[in-house]
Write a protein that binds this ligand. Structure first.
Ligand code: SAH
Ligand code: SF4
Ligand code: F3S
Length: 578
């Protein structure tokens, strides 16, 4: 009897079918006793390749494993369950997984209950899952990108049936909410706003691996963002393969600009988004970005090529001129913007002249950084069937492009020297624990000396020495002041403090309370003026009545009760700080 159970197989063609109204499924949080028994005191390890969408999937899968009592380990050798989360965007990304799968054979030999799960975009390619399952007997489960929310039921089925399961549904008809997650950072969070992509650029495999585009409901996204703000997160990055088409599938006038504005209003200190499709970047977007100070002035704006000819073969829906015009508008409104990009060199039929157009565009735009890639044919995509550019030419162009990019990156870094930026501190650098690192609000990496306790704080840093890929800075404020500001911010998020502030505000604006105050002043005046006269006892009683009225007023009472709770909180914090 075969040990392999095939539940569903990847189908790149099926993946491209549009589902008009994807169903919204709410995760019910249930787990079976069998899974709880399996998870108890066990360790999991996840290795993720690829983009932020895969990183977010890792956080969600970790959330599911945590739900059955498992803990994360960063040491692959001690894992009882490991997940390899694969990326298919270029051949070299894909090639890495085979060695990684091989390395887990030792885990299986040590522990026959060890489970290896393969997930991610490569699994959505036709034929790959079957081949892997047939070659590596220690793989327990293979899932596609659409089955991340089904990780636990599928693991349960593996345990119950004692079979190795392939479950890759290439079906983009669901949006799942309420998924658990173990976020990698306690300060920076990724939030999915849409899944999949409808653009079908001719070189790209993403629409086949992630399926057609579907947006999450605005209220679900806002709820997640608000929870992150309340939990003290400092930065949110909204994620979609093409954020600018967010909400268009609702056909009710919703746009990404509306969502971005609503998220900015949650008060998250820093807000970013990835990735923008240039020709869909609207004037409204430029307005919103410029209007809200918490939307950082960094924009990843992938051009792919500077030649209109190549752009058209790539299926990108803009010309060089249109791209340059939108970039010009953005820079005019936000001169301090850091623009970054993705560029593919050696796309099929790219001529020397086309390539020179890419070089001249880079010189014209002056990117603050760029990710450059050699074109990699992806099976099932139209460009893979086009006439390819010889490898030597691709490599030669790649090196020339790199030199131009380094030039503009260095120029951009140099232009920042002397200025002060807000930096969200990621923590001490790996090489030297007295050096902190983080990103400036225009996306540039900054290293500066400072105490470790500033990790997770937003601090003011002056740029002093520019290098190509980073800048050396120095703190532009006393670190204790920066830390105190951070503590004050976190205290202000406490529900008791928030309620106290809200009541205080209501009181200050209440006509009723104002009238009571005036009444008290008048009664006191009458009492003082009538001193020694026969009216005094009744004036005194009037005054005391007003005092009582104030004392027993429900609004004032609430505030007094809360203020003692706030005091308790402050005393606790003072004791912690001691
Ligand atoms: N949705 C995003 C990200 C797509 S993948 C976007 O549209 O920008 C990230 C980058 O990988 C792309 O921008 C592109 O520059 C690069 N890429 C995608 N497919 C590729 C391929 N077949 N060969 C080389 N680079 C590729
Ligand atoms: Fe790929 Fe193009 Fe979609 Fe980006 S916009 S994910 S490059 S198809
Ligand atoms: Fe890779 Fe899939 Fe992202 S192919 S780049 S992990 S969407």
């Amino acid at each position: 009897m075969s040990k392999i159970l095939v539940k569903s197989l990847a189908n790149q063609k099926e993946a491209t079918q549009k589902v008009e109204n994807p169903v919204r499924i709410v995760d019910d949080g249930k787990v079976t006793p069998r899974l709880l028994g399996f998870g108890k005191d066990k360790l999991f390890y996840i290795r993720t390749y690829g983009c932020q969408a895969n990183i977010r999937d890792e956080e969600i899968m970790a959330g599911y494993l945590n739900r059955i009592g498992m803990k994360r380990t960063i040491n692959a050798e001690e894992a009882d369950l490991a997940i390899i989360n694969t990326c298919a965007v270029r051949e070299n990304a894909e090639a890495k997984i085979y060695g990684e799968i091989g390395s887990f054979k030792a885990n299986y030999e040590r522990n026959k209950n060890f489970m290896l799960v393969i997930a991610g975009c490569v699994m959505e390619e036709n034929g790959v899952a079957q081949e892997l399952m047939a070659t590596y007997s220690w793989i327990s489960l293979i899932i596609g990108t659409h089955d991340v929310p089904n990780l636990l039921p599928l693991l349960d089925e593996c345990l119950k049936s004692k079979k190795n399961i392939i479950n890759v549904r290439s079906f983009a008809g669901e949006v799942v909410e309420n998924m658990p997650s173990m976020r990698i950072s306690p300060y920076k969070a990724y939030v999915n706003i849409s899944y999949g992509c409808d653009k079908f650029c001719t070189y790209c495999i993403v629409p086949y691996t992630r399926g057609r585009e579907r947006s999450r409901k605005m209220e679900d996204i806002l709820k997640e963002c608000q929870e992150l703000v309340n939990d003290g997160y400092k930065e949110i990055t909204l994620l979609g393969q093409n954020v600018n088409s967010y909400g268009l599938d609702f056909k009710d006038g919703t746009t990404f600009a509306h969502l971005l504005e609503a998220v900015a209003k949650t008060g998250i200190p820093q807000l970013k988004f990835l990735t923008s499709y240039p020709s869909q970047f609207s004037d409204e977007m430029i307005e919103i970005m410029a209007k809200y100070p918490n939307i950082v002035h960094w924009l990843h704006f992938p051009v792919q090529s500077g030649s209109t000819n190549v752009l058209s073969k790539m299926g990108r829906r803009y010309s060089r001129e249109e791209y340059v015009e939108i970039a010009r508008k953005i820079k005019a409104k936000m001169p301090d913007i850091g623009l970054t990009t993705d560029i593919i060199v050696g796309f099929p039929k790219e001529t020397e002249e086309d390539f020179l157009d890419t070089l001249s565009l880079c010189k014209e735009i002056e990117y603050s950084a760029a990710f450059t890639f050699i074109y990699s044919p992806r099976s099932g995509t139209p460009a893979a069937r086009m006439e390819q550019v010889p490898e030597e030419i691709q490599h030669e162009r790649f090196d020339r492009l790199k030199a131009v990019i380094e030039d503009s990156t260095a120029k951009h870094s140099a232009s920042m020297v002397g200025k002060i930026y807000d930096i969200l501190v990621d923590g001490p650098s790996k090489k030297d624990e007295n050096i902190l690192s983080g990103y400036a609000t225009n996306g540039k990496l900054v290293n500066f000396p400072g105490p470790k306790y500033l990790t997770g704080c937003i601090v003011k840093v002056k740029m002093v020495e520019s290098h190509v890929y980073y800048i050396k800075g120095e703190l532009a404020e006393d670190p204790i002041i920066a830390k105190a500001r951070d503590v004050a911010y976190l205290i202000s998020l406490d529900p008791v403090v928030k309620e106290y502030q809200r009541l205080d505000e209501t009181l200050r604006n209440s006509d009723e309370i104002k009238a009571l105050g005036d009444k008290l002043v008048l009664a006191k005046k009458n009492m003082v003026l009538s001193k020694g006269s026969e009216n005094y006892p009744s004036a005194k009683k009037d005054y005391e009545d007003v005092l009582n009225e104030i004392k027993n007023h429900p609004l004032l009472n609430n505030r007094d009760n809360l203020s003692s709770e706030v005091e308790d909180l402050l005393i606790t914090i003072r004791n912690i700080l001691k």
